[in-house]
Write a protein that binds this ligand. Structure first.
Ligand code: TRP
Length: 334
């Protein structure tokens, strides 16, 4: 790999991704791969922390692989791989478990939220989730991790574990930094703009899925909640309109001010249509390309296989170092 900083990120293949995921992660990944030695993983083992249907999980793994590529990730330039294909991830997680305290995990906001949401399945994996994530990151001597606000605590823990290990056994891991995107705007629900857009919203009109076709996207934007005053301006008193302006600006690559100017004097109906069209013009080609790629499972398998080969070499270098430092005896190959 060239002498660039290592950047690692991962998404869980757990079904629907929304335009929030696209703006928060995928759109930036494409740009980041030019500037960094980028590794993009499918956190398939992380999905097991909540109940999964095997056939659906299998489908979702291919879906996300195809989506990565359809969004512009280049499997030659970046490493695209499935976490479960490189067993060093779970191996390092075990070692990190031995220097992580239960209190550090039980107070994680995501653990508490998910425990509440999945009361019938509060398993050890759900609690240990951040340790596996730390392993993902630390195996590659990662310097930068693009993450959303909800994962900041996990990255903090990753740093703590890395520092703890380094202090105990001497310098082994690079200490990763969060990569905060410049345009990290939060995309809110189209039905309740005070809440974050979520794929698990029971009202499907509240979110735009990466699988929505143009008609669906435009229809959902037409139904988006606004307010009675008819000015198109960005203001905390107008969360619905502000959210639509944010979405428009990010999809049309314009500033909020430019967008406000463009829609000065326009009616809500016209504005919503334009937002829908701007979103659809980006999402539609991605969806079509993804569906085309999904027709060719052999190609997707090949991408994952090559990615795993490349990732494995890097990961095992770190794991071997870790095993050596803690006093394990290297296996002799005979
Ligand atoms: N926990 C992340 C999420 O759900 C996914 C993830 C797993 C990840 N391993 C990672 C993100 C390592 C960044 C780095 O969003």
């Amino acid at each position: 790999m060239e002498d660039k900083k290592v950047l690692f990120s991962a998404i869980q293949p757990s079904g629907i991704l929304t335009i929030g995921n696209y703006l928060g992660a995928l759109k930036n990944f494409k740009k980041l791969q030019n500037d960094y030695n980028s590794i993009f993983s499918l956190a398939d083992l992380h999905t097991l922390t909540v109940s999964q249907d095997p056939a659906t999980l299998r489908k979702n793994i291919y879906e996300l692989t195809a989506l990565y590529i359809a969004c512009g990730l280049d499997p030659e330039q970046s490493i695209i791989f499935a976490q479960s294909h490189v067993s060093a991830h779970t191996e390092l997680a075990w070692v990190l478990n031995t220097i992580c305290y239960p209190g550090e995990l039980s107070r994680m906001t995501q653990f508490k939220d998910k425990s509440r949401k999945h009361e019938d399945n509060i398993n050890m994996g759900l609690m240990d989730y951040p340790v596996l994530m730390a392993s993902d990151i630390l195996l590659y001597q990662t310097e930068l991790v693009p993450i959303g606000a909800d994962q900041k605590q996990h990255l903090e823990l990753t740093r703590d574990l890395a520092i703890r290990f380094n202090n105990k056994y001497s310098e082994t891991f690079k200490i990763p930094e969060p990569y905060v995107a410049k345009t990290g705007a939060r995309v809110m629900s189209l039905q309740d703009p005070t809440r974050k857009m979520s794929k698990s919203d029971e009202n499907i009109n509240a979110f735009i899925s990466m699988d929505d076709d143009t008609d669906t996207i435009i229809r959902k934007f037409k139904r988006a909640v606004t307010d009675s005053d008819n000015r198109i301006i960005f203001s905390s008193e107008k969360p619905g309109i502000s959210n639509l302006l944010t979405i428009y600006s990010l999809f049309a690559n314009k500033t909020i001010e430019e967008a406000e100017k463009e829609f000065e004097g326009a009616g809500y109906g016209d504005f919503k249509l334009k937002v829908g069209e701007a979103v659809a013009s980006v999402i539609e080609p991605i969806r079509l390309e993804k569906n085309k790629l999904l027709q060719n499972k052999d190609y997707l398998d090949e991408v994952l296989a090559n990615g795993a080969n490349k990732a494995e070499r890097l990961a095992y270098k770190t794991l071997a170092k870790v095993y050596r430092k803690i006093g394990l005896v290297p296996r002799k190959r005979i």
